[in-house]
Design a protein around this ligand. Structure first.
Ligand code: C2G
Length: 123
Protein backbone atom coordinates (compact mmCIF):
# COMPACT_ATOMS: atom_id res chain seq x y z
CA UNK A 1 0.00 0.00 0.00
CA UNK A 2 0.94 3.66 -0.42
CA UNK A 3 1.04 5.94 2.62
CA UNK A 4 1.48 9.74 2.58
CA UNK A 5 2.36 12.16 5.35
CA UNK A 6 3.38 15.82 5.48
CA UNK A 7 5.57 17.99 7.66
CA UNK A 8 8.17 20.70 8.05
CA UNK A 9 10.83 18.35 9.47
CA UNK A 10 12.91 21.30 10.64
CA UNK A 11 15.99 20.47 12.75
CA UNK A 12 15.21 16.79 12.12
CA UNK A 13 14.87 14.83 15.37
CA UNK A 14 13.87 11.44 16.78
CA UNK A 15 10.18 12.42 16.93
CA UNK A 16 10.19 12.94 13.15
CA UNK A 17 12.05 9.68 12.57
CA UNK A 18 9.69 7.66 14.76
CA UNK A 19 6.67 9.17 12.99
CA UNK A 20 8.08 8.35 9.54
CA UNK A 21 9.00 4.80 10.57
CA UNK A 22 5.50 4.27 12.02
CA UNK A 23 4.03 5.69 8.78
CA UNK A 24 6.14 3.29 6.69
CA UNK A 25 4.97 0.38 8.87
CA UNK A 26 1.37 1.28 7.95
CA UNK A 27 2.26 0.63 4.28
CA UNK A 28 2.96 -3.03 5.03
CA UNK A 29 5.32 -5.44 3.23
CA UNK A 30 6.50 -3.90 -0.07
CA UNK A 31 4.60 -0.71 0.69
CA UNK A 32 5.59 2.87 -0.22
CA UNK A 33 5.89 6.01 1.96
CA UNK A 34 5.55 9.43 0.31
CA UNK A 35 6.46 12.50 2.36
CA UNK A 36 5.30 16.03 1.56
CA UNK A 37 7.91 18.43 2.98
CA UNK A 38 6.53 21.92 3.46
CA UNK A 39 8.22 24.62 1.38
CA UNK A 40 9.56 27.79 3.01
CA UNK A 41 6.82 29.76 1.20
CA UNK A 42 4.04 27.49 2.50
CA UNK A 43 5.44 27.55 6.02
CA UNK A 44 5.46 31.35 6.15
CA UNK A 45 2.36 32.16 4.06
CA UNK A 46 0.12 29.47 5.56
CA UNK A 47 1.59 28.64 8.95
CA UNK A 48 3.51 31.85 9.79
CA UNK A 49 6.33 29.47 10.59
CA UNK A 50 9.98 30.20 9.72
CA UNK A 51 12.12 27.08 9.65
CA UNK A 52 15.79 27.23 10.73
CA UNK A 53 16.75 24.91 7.84
CA UNK A 54 15.78 25.80 4.23
CA UNK A 55 13.41 23.57 2.23
CA UNK A 56 16.02 21.96 -0.03
CA UNK A 57 18.07 20.75 2.93
CA UNK A 58 15.00 19.56 4.88
CA UNK A 59 13.82 17.67 1.77
CA UNK A 60 17.27 16.12 1.18
CA UNK A 61 17.48 14.85 4.78
CA UNK A 62 14.00 13.25 4.60
CA UNK A 63 14.71 11.78 1.14
CA UNK A 64 17.87 10.10 2.49
CA UNK A 65 15.94 8.04 5.03
CA UNK A 66 15.65 4.30 4.39
CA UNK A 67 11.94 4.36 5.26
CA UNK A 68 11.08 7.13 2.77
CA UNK A 69 10.40 6.25 -0.89
CA UNK A 70 9.50 9.66 -2.36
CA UNK A 71 9.60 13.29 -1.25
CA UNK A 72 7.28 15.91 -2.78
CA UNK A 73 7.01 19.62 -1.95
CA UNK A 74 4.04 20.63 0.20
CA UNK A 75 3.21 24.07 -1.16
CA UNK A 76 -0.55 24.24 -0.46
CA UNK A 77 -3.31 22.52 1.55
CA UNK A 78 -4.57 20.45 -1.42
CA UNK A 79 -3.58 17.02 -0.11
CA UNK A 80 -6.55 15.50 -1.99
CA UNK A 81 -4.73 16.25 -5.30
CA UNK A 82 -1.64 14.40 -4.10
CA UNK A 83 -3.68 11.48 -2.75
CA UNK A 84 -5.41 11.00 -6.11
CA UNK A 85 -2.24 11.63 -8.16
CA UNK A 86 -0.18 9.05 -6.23
CA UNK A 87 -3.05 6.61 -5.64
CA UNK A 88 -2.57 6.84 -1.88
CA UNK A 89 -4.28 4.29 0.41
CA UNK A 90 -3.54 5.90 3.80
CA UNK A 91 -3.00 9.52 4.87
CA UNK A 92 -1.28 9.78 8.26
CA UNK A 93 -0.14 12.55 10.61
CA UNK A 94 0.97 12.80 14.22
CA UNK A 95 -1.75 13.02 16.89
CA UNK A 96 -1.30 16.81 17.31
CA UNK A 97 -3.29 16.99 14.04
CA UNK A 98 -6.07 14.64 15.17
CA UNK A 99 -9.35 15.55 13.44
CA UNK A 100 -7.84 18.25 11.21
CA UNK A 101 -7.72 16.04 8.11
CA UNK A 102 -10.88 13.94 8.56
CA UNK A 103 -12.26 15.41 5.30
CA UNK A 104 -9.68 13.29 3.46
CA UNK A 105 -11.65 10.17 4.53
CA UNK A 106 -13.61 10.74 1.28
CA UNK A 107 -10.56 9.63 -0.72
CA UNK A 108 -8.45 7.42 1.57
CA UNK A 109 -8.01 6.03 5.07
CA UNK A 110 -6.91 8.66 7.65
CA UNK A 111 -4.70 7.53 10.57
CA UNK A 112 -3.34 9.73 13.36
CA UNK A 113 -0.20 8.27 14.96
CA UNK A 114 1.06 8.92 18.50
CA UNK A 115 3.55 11.76 18.79
CA UNK A 116 6.91 11.39 20.54
CA UNK A 117 6.61 13.51 23.68
CA UNK A 118 9.38 15.73 25.03
CA UNK A 119 11.05 16.79 21.78
CA UNK A 120 10.33 19.59 19.31
CA UNK A 121 11.99 21.65 16.60
CA UNK A 122 10.75 24.82 18.34
CA UNK A 123 13.86 26.39 19.90
N1 C2G B 1 5.96 14.77 15.30
C1 C2G B 1 5.94 13.75 16.26
N2 C2G B 1 6.57 13.94 17.44
C2 C2G B 1 7.22 15.10 17.70
C3 C2G B 1 7.24 16.13 16.73
C4 C2G B 1 6.59 15.94 15.52
O1 C2G B 1 5.35 12.67 16.03
N3 C2G B 1 7.83 15.25 18.90
C5 C2G B 1 5.25 14.54 14.04
C6 C2G B 1 4.13 15.56 13.80
O2 C2G B 1 2.94 15.15 14.45
C7 C2G B 1 4.01 15.52 12.27
C8 C2G B 1 5.45 15.20 11.82
O3 C2G B 1 6.14 14.68 12.96
O4 C2G B 1 3.13 14.46 11.87
C9 C2G B 1 6.17 16.43 11.31
O5 C2G B 1 6.15 17.39 12.36
P1 C2G B 1 6.45 18.93 11.97
O6 C2G B 1 7.69 18.99 11.15
O7 C2G B 1 6.33 19.74 13.20
O8 C2G B 1 5.24 19.20 10.98
P2 C2G B 1 4.17 20.38 11.10
O9 C2G B 1 4.85 21.67 11.27
O10 C2G B 1 3.15 19.93 12.06
O11 C2G B 1 3.61 20.40 9.61
O12 C2G B 1 0.26 20.25 6.43
C10 C2G B 1 0.79 19.55 7.51
C11 C2G B 1 2.02 20.25 7.97
O13 C2G B 1 3.00 20.31 6.97
C12 C2G B 1 2.57 19.58 9.20
Amino acid sequence: MTVITYGTFDLFHIGHLQLLERAKALAGEGGRLIVGVSTDRFNWEEKRKRSAIPYDQRAAIVAALRCVDLVIPEDDWDMKRDILEYNVDIFTMGSDWTGKFDHLKEVCEVVYLPRTEGISSEC
